[in-house]
Design a protein around this ligand. Structure first.
Ligand code: FE2
Length: 234
């Protein structure tokens, strides 16, 4: 399988391109609207056809590129059944998408937001903001819930084999990937922590409100195609 990790410097967001090299079918996970031209150019250069554009959740820090990718190249948009109404395919825990020889398995991993899902493809898991490298998403907006996140981490993601490769939705310290075993041992928020300790940590992060939340969340409920987004009609 072909896998490329792409980065948006403005929002520290990772976008992932995954493709089946035989059929040339591709998908993008968590595309950023401002990076759609970059992503389409790469797809074209690699001779790939974009079949799916997936979001791991309704993002608060950037506007999704999914709606624009649907408009430009006819990709089917995919997200949780608890998320944006605009998507073509609403998925739930255990659902599977076929991409050539590859299978994408949906894992519901709520807690950062109530609509957060992870996508497992072979021995790779794309965790959005549920599990970050040596960190986790925050749980203080968009129906976030620290207890739910603890359950998603310990009972869903940490149930995967230890050598499963972890590809997060963001990184702020320069990490690119990890493994489930590594995060089980070294993630300071959850490794060796009880549920109560985890909740206490998450409830006391005192993070600033995301600067683009008022623009991004309503726009992302419309797959990034809100008229309020600059250039959304283009
Ligand atoms: Fe997020």
């Amino acid at each position: 399988m072909l896998l490329r990790q792409l980065f948006d410097h403005e929002t520290h967001t990772y976008t992932y391109l995954v493709a089946d090299p035989d059929t040339k079918q591709a998908l993008l996970i968590d595309p950023v609207r401002e990076q759609v031209d970059r992503d389409l150019k790469l797809l074209e250069e690699l001779g790939l056809t974009l079949v799916y554009a997936l979001d791991t959740h309704v993002h608060a820090d950037h506007v999704t590129g999914c709606g624009l990718l649907r408009e430009r190249v006819g990709a089917k948009t995919v997200a949780s059944s608890d998320g944006a109404e605009c998507v073509d395919r609403k998925v739930s825990h255990g659902d599977k998408l076929e991409l050539g020889a590859l299978t994408v398995e949906v894992l519901e991993t709520p807690g950062h937001t109530d609509d957060s899902v992870s996508y497992r493809i072979g021995d790779n898991v794309f965790t959005g903001d549920a599990l970050l490298i040596r960190g986790t998403g925050r749980t203080d907006f968009q129906n976030g819930n620290a207890e739910e996140l603890y359950r998603s981490l310990t009972e869903v993601l940490f149930a995967l084999p230890d050598d499963t490769r972890v590809w997060p939705g963001h990184d702020y310290r320069g990490h690119t990937m990890s493994t489930i075993g590594e995060e089980k041992r070294h993630n300071p928020r959850v490794a060796g922590k009880s549920r109560e300790e985890f909740v206490h940590i998450l409830d006391n992060l005192n993070l600033p409100r995301p600067s683009r939340i008022d623009e991004a969340v309503p726009a992302n409920r419309m797959c990034g195609q809100s008229p309020l987004v600059q250039g959304a009609q283009g």
